[in-house]
Write a protein that binds this ligand. Structure first.
Ligand SMILES: [Zn+2]
Ligand SMILES: [Zn+2]
Ligand SMILES: [Zn+2]
Length: 308
């Protein structure tokens, strides 16, 4: 269980893997075999949480004066991954107990979805009545993704307990007291025409960009300016190099080797996430991981905290 500072807004990494996680279904590579043999060597699918534990100034306090009081923390997730049950459990301390049900956690205060691929929405059924059984949990996503999830017959009963709040690309949601989340459209494989966004999170002190999936840096002219404008950018690092593709045609993700050279001047603010199980950066001792460190980049790890 993770702990969070009082009187602060904190972002926390809850997963750093590509949609399929580690181990990867049907894979017999050494890394996946080790994780099948020992689940402690597994890693969760890419996910970020924002925990707001600031005191609120209550102008209608008893006695007429202005008083500070600590409300329960507000907890938001970015993406609902297939590992959501473990990721919510990491947040047990911040969520606190359910107001009515003994031995249950309170539901989060909102979930922001980047796009429709399985690693980013695959956890939504865990919120349905078969599982956590949330009540009116706000889900922020593009209008077309909100419609797709509610109108697809297979999914509609699974998302009945959710409250969809359409958030078109380019718009912002104000979470209060200087905490603002903005959806930033990015180019990414889109089978349903519902769009993909990154999220820009402006906290009271610092800003963060969460960009787990993008097809290619060249297809996003605003990349340089956007990455430069934030204090921390978590970016798509699915594949280290073409060596992982085993002769198959290039996939729609930038290669880490390209990211390291293209954004060498921004290394201090970039952090790699959404790693495929084949990515050698996952082994701290590998030449790839060493090259990433020497270039000044960091790799996101579960439990990493950032003050916003
Ligand atoms: Zn993904
Ligand atoms: Zn594998
Ligand atoms: Zn994707």
């Amino acid at each position: 269980m993770l702990t969070f500072k009082d009187d602060a807004v904190t972002a926390v990494i809850l997963g750093n893997m590509q949609d399929a996680g580690l181990p990867h279904a049907g894979c017999t590579c050494a890394r996946c075999t080790a994780a099948f043999d020992n689940p402690a060597r597994g890693l969760y699918v890419a996910c970020l949480a924002i925990v707001d534990r600031r005191e609120k100034r209550d102008t209608e306090g008893h006695g007429g004066g202005t008083e500070l009081h600590r409300e329960r923390a507000k907890v938001y997730l970015i993406d609902a991954t297939p590992d959501i049950k473990f990721q919510l459990n990491l947040l047990a301390g911040a969520l606190g107990p359910h107001p009515q049900r003994a031995n249950r956690l309170r539901q989060p205060d909102g979930i922001f979805l980047t796009h429709a691929h399985m690693g980013h929405i695959g956890g939504l059924p865990q919120l349905s009545k078969e599982a956590m059984f949330v009540n009116g949990l706000p889900i922020y996503a593009t209008p077309a993704l909100c419609d797709l999830l509610q109108e697809t017959r297979l999914w509609s009963p699974l998302v009945q307990e959710l409250e969809f709040r359409p958030m078109p690309g380019g718009t912002a949601v104000n979470l209060g007291d200087g905490l603002v989340v903005t959806a930033v459209p990015v180019p990414h494989r889109d089978e349903w025409g519902v769009g993909t966004v990154a999220f820009h999170i402006q906290g009271p002190q610092k800003s963060l960009l969460y960009l787990p999936d993008i097809d290619a840096w060249e297809q996003w002219p605003a990349a340089e300016a956007t990455l430069r404008s934030v204090d921390l950018a978590l970016v798509d690092a699915s594949f280290y190099s073409a060596d992982e593709l085993g002769g198959r045609p290039p996939v729609a993700h930038p290669l880490v080797t390209d990211t390291l050279t293209r954004f060498a001047h921004l290394a201090d603010r970039l952090m790699l996430t959404h790693l495929n199980h084949t990515n050698p950066v996952l082994d701290r001792e590998s030449a790839a991981a060493t090259a990433v460190r020497q270039a000044g980049f960091r790799v996101a790890q579960i439990g990493d905290l950032f003050a916003l």
